[in-house]
Design a protein around this ligand. Structure first.
Ligand code: CTP
Ligand code: CA
Length: 222
């Protein structure tokens, strides 16, 4: 833990973090989701709190307990997450969008459990709102950090997301690489900003989180 003022570089700053998957409801017993466990987002929250920040963590359903001193807001769907994040955006200094937000949701939410029938099932999906893109449009001073989960062309796709979403930083990781991505305690990430690309070695998610926040601080101050 950090104690002296120089070791609490985020003291007085509000940090808003989103984490985990979202669940998009199909019917009362079924949902559509993804493999996110929330570990990277929770590590970000813990690192920010240790660096002295006031931390709000908006999380989808995960199996983790919130780090000490962190204000947890629990959400289920992409729409819930959108509303919770937007409500806290104005007062934030740094926003970290580490959540794996579903890109699509079932167009229709069935009130009753769907009964099986002969033949195939076709469910129509519609797009969810892109929360990070919305924040990029509205930002007025917030330092905006997005994540990118990729399985190929990491740098190129991440740079595209940086520009399209008007983020200040994209942390890209190869989710198909051993020791990186879903459920692991380690991560190997590439930090992409408008100035270029910085590749970090394979590190614990705590260490990755700390490096990301320190990099953001250096860039905010300069
Ligand atoms: N994101 C978001 N809202 C969404 C989808 C994504 O805020 N509806 C954010 C994620 O939290 C992440 C960033 O956008 O910070 C990139 O997410 P990613 O899934 O890698 O990119 P997409 O833009 O959704 O593109 P694709 O999944 O097609 O690669
Ligand atoms: Ca996506």
């Amino acid at each position: 833990h950090f104690h002296s003022p120089t070791e609490q570089p985020l003291k007085g700053k509000n940090v808003l973090i989103s984490a985990g998957p979202t669940r998009e409801i199909i019917d009362p017993v079924r949902y559509f989701s993804n493999r996110s466990t929330g570990k990277m987002g929770f590590a970000m929250a813990e690192a920010a709190a240790n660096m002295g920040a006031d931390v709000t963590l908006v999380s989808g359903p995960v199996d983790l307990s919130p780090p000490r001193g962190v204000h947890l807001v629990e959400v289920t769907t992409a729409k819930d997450m959108y509303e919770a994040v937007l409500a806290k955006f104005e007062g934030a200094d740094i926003v970290v969008k580490s959540a794996a937000v579903a890109d699509y949701r079932p167009k229709e939410v069935h009130k009753e459990k769907m009964k099986k029938q002969d033949g195939n099932l076709i469910i129509e999906f519609e797009r969810t709102k892109d929360i990070l893109m919305e924040l990029g449009k509205r930002k007025n001073g917030q330092y905006l950090i997005g994540f990118a989960a990729e399985t190929s062309n990491i740098g190129e796709y991440a740079k595209g997301k940086l520009e399209r979403k008007r983020a200040d930083m994209i942390v890209a990781n190869n989710v198909s690489e051993e020791g990186s991505g879903f459920g692991t305690d380690t991560n190997k990430v590439t930090i992409v900003t408008e100035d270029g690309i910085r590749e970090l070695p394979m590190l614990s998610k705590s260490k990755v989180a700390e490096e990301i926040l320190l990099e953001a601080l250096r860039r905010m101050d300069s």
